[in-house]
Write a protein that binds this ligand. Structure first.
Ligand SMILES: Cc1cc2nc3c(=O)[nH]c(=O)nc-3n(C[C@H](O)[C@H](O)[C@H](O)COP(=O)(O)OP(=O)(O)OC[C@H]3O[C@@H](n4cnc5c(N)ncnc54)[C@H](O)[C@@H]3O)c2cc1C
Ligand code: FES
Length: 261
């Protein structure tokens, strides 16, 4: 069940330049959230009515703490406004939204958890849930250059890193890591930029590995009402009879075989 809530900021810090780690008191949202879902975050500025969708990076149900890790996308943006939040400030959220990863599919399996850039944060809580299901996990993280959150994944599995410039880990993409290290998996969960998801879809389908991806389409309402976020699907929707799905409501997580990228 989604809840609209005014949440208190417990802490915020900058992990690397432009990437912020925000902890919020959000009891009702954490009580209902599952890994791979997201929240709509509202700005205080009346000229920006639309919320910003941000994935859930951490769920602490016991203490009601929600963790979001986000990138400031530009100077006069909503995310720039979020970066000025301090302990004790309040912010409006709606969530949890979307479907989340089917982490129960990971039970007892060898899985790849793959994150690229700002697609990495939702994989952290997914790693925790998959580990709790008894999965054996290879975490593969792709960065441009500077790394963030990588040290936190070591609690859940073997961590491999790819950077575009090769300054840390393997030079290239997450797919270069899989091929160079000759890694194998029964299933794949991934979130990241579209070119990465497209490459993983091709890899997974060629190898016949079930693969779920979280898509970060541009959104407006974030709750299924406006159709701003539709993606193309293989099958026709039973109600609309067109080949599309709303990423915010039907996703953001899809089986790669369901969507056209
Ligand atoms: C399901 C989902 C999960 C996401 N999770 C994260 C995350 O964990 N961390 C993170 O840093 N970013 C995440 N994003 C991307 C994040 O929503 C955008 O970077 C953010 O909305 C940009 O807002 P802005 O105020 O900086 O930019 P502005 O340019 O001011 O935004 C203008 C409008 O465009 C929308 N918009 C712009 N870029 C995007 C985008 N990439 N996706 C969706 N809407 C966009 C905004 O929501 C807003 O309504 C996620 C996106 C989606 C769809
Ligand atoms: S953003 Fe409005 S339907 Fe998805």
């Amino acid at each position: 069940m989604k809840t609209a809530a005014i949440c208190e900021v417990l802490s915020q810090k900058e992990l690397i330049p432009g990437i912020f780690d925000l902890h919020l008191k959000a009891h009702e949202i954490t009580a209902a959230a599952v890994p791979g879902q997201f929240v709509n975050v509202y700005t205080k500025d009346a000229s920006r009515l639309l919320p910003r969708p941000v994935s859930i990076c951490g769920i602490d149900r016991k203490h009601g703490i929600l963790r979001l890790v986000y990138r400031v996308s530009g100077e006069k943006t909503g995310t720039r406004q979020f970066a000025s939040l301090r302990k004790g400030d309040e912010i409006r959220l709606l969530g949890p939204l979307g479907n989340g990863f089917p982490f129960e599919e990971a039970a007892g399996k060898h899985i790849f958890l793959i994150g690229g850039g700002i697609g990495i944060p939702p994989m952290l809580e997914t790693a925790k849930a998959a580990k709790a299901e008894g999965a054996e996990i290879d975490v593969i993280l792709g960065y441009r250059d500077l790394c963030f959150l990588d040290d936190e994944f070591t609690a859940y599995g073997n961590v491999y890193i790819a950077t575009e410039d090769g300054s840390i880990g393997i030079k290239g993409t997450v797919l270069n890591v899989i091929l160079q290290e000759q890694l194998r998996a029964d299933i794949i969960f991934a979130c990241g930029p579209k070119p990465m998801l497209r490459a993983l879809k091709a890899y997974a389908e060629a190898k016949n590995i079930p693969c779920w991806i979280s898509m970060e389409e541009r959104m407006a309402c974030g709750i299924g009402a406006c159709l701003a976020c539709v993606c193309e699907t293989k099958e026709k929707d039973a109600h609309s009879h067109v080949r599309n799905a709303r990423v915010c409501k039907d996703g953001p997580v899809f089986r790669t075989t369901e969507v056209v990228l």
